[in-house]
Ligand binder design. Structure first.
Ligand code: B4P
Length: 191
């Protein structure tokens, strides 16, 4: 199974690139951000809980996120691979993912991280906020909080997978096509 983690700070282009990658590799896309937004849109108990955190730019608690992720993987048993987009975002999430994949006799193939400077992230997210209707994209203070949480809680996940030689840093500034080509080269090398 091809199990890819698409990694990077908020606004680095994970969602954008995931759309093209699933087409190329024919694998399942799981975006925890999209799953939370779906639950929020339907006002489910999980969505109401997630909203409290997402609106402030904070991470949703691990136990909620991990449970939701497992349900989504278990609902798709016959896929040939998965792109995890926006997950794992903490070390406990990474440990839970590894244990969960191990139970299924598989493992993370590679983590590909998009590297984008902070000011470019802020610019992209404010720009998306004009049309996305996402509360977390509309306010510069919330965007900067998301970036700072990425640095304090999420960035270590890169080092965690680097211990096994699985992490790859990809320059994330340029055209969407250029970045896609860089990602494909890194993924193909890892397979
Ligand atoms: P997510 O939904 O994962 O998304 P994101 O971080 O906002 O952005 P992404 O990197 O996917 O950006 P995109 O491609 O859209 O997270 C939202 C929130 O959900 C989190 O803050 C957290 O609260 C919660 N959450 C999610 N997963 C969680 C977890 N595992 N644990 C706990 N909480 C969790 O790109 C952004 C913009 O840039 C777009 O407008 C795009 O058009 C533009 N863009 C993309 N590539 C570009 C390029 N090359 N040049 C110029 N612009 C580009």
């Amino acid at each position: 199974m091809l199990n890819l983690i698409l990694f990077g700070p908020p606004g680095s282009g994970k969602g954008t690139q995931a759309e093209n990658l699933i087409e190329k590799y024919g694998i399942l896309h799981i975006s925890t951000g999209d799953l939370f937004r779906y639950e929020m849109g339907n006002n489910t108990p999980l969505g109401i809980k997630a909203k409290e955190y997402m609106a402030k730019g904070e991470l949703v608690p691990d136990e909620v996120t991990i449970g939701m992720l497992k349900n989504k993987v278990d609902a798709n048993p016959d896929v040939s691979g998965i792109i995890f987009d926006g997950f794992p975002r903490t070390i406990p999430q990474a440990e839970a993912l590894d244990a969960f994949l191990q139970e299924k006799n598989t493992e993370v193939t590679a983590l590909v991280a998009l590297d984008v400077p902070d000011e470019e992230l802020v610019k992209r997210l404010l720009n998306r906020g004009k049309s996305s209707g996402r509360a977390d994209d509309n306010d510069e203070e919330i965007i900067r909080n998301r970036i700072s949480i990425y640095k304090s809680e999420t960035a270590q996940v890169f080092d965690y997978y680097a211990q096994n030689g699985k992490s790859k840093l990809i320059p994330g500034v340029g055209s969407i096509e250029e970045i896609f080509d860089r990602l494909v080269a890194a993924i193909d090398e890892a397979c």
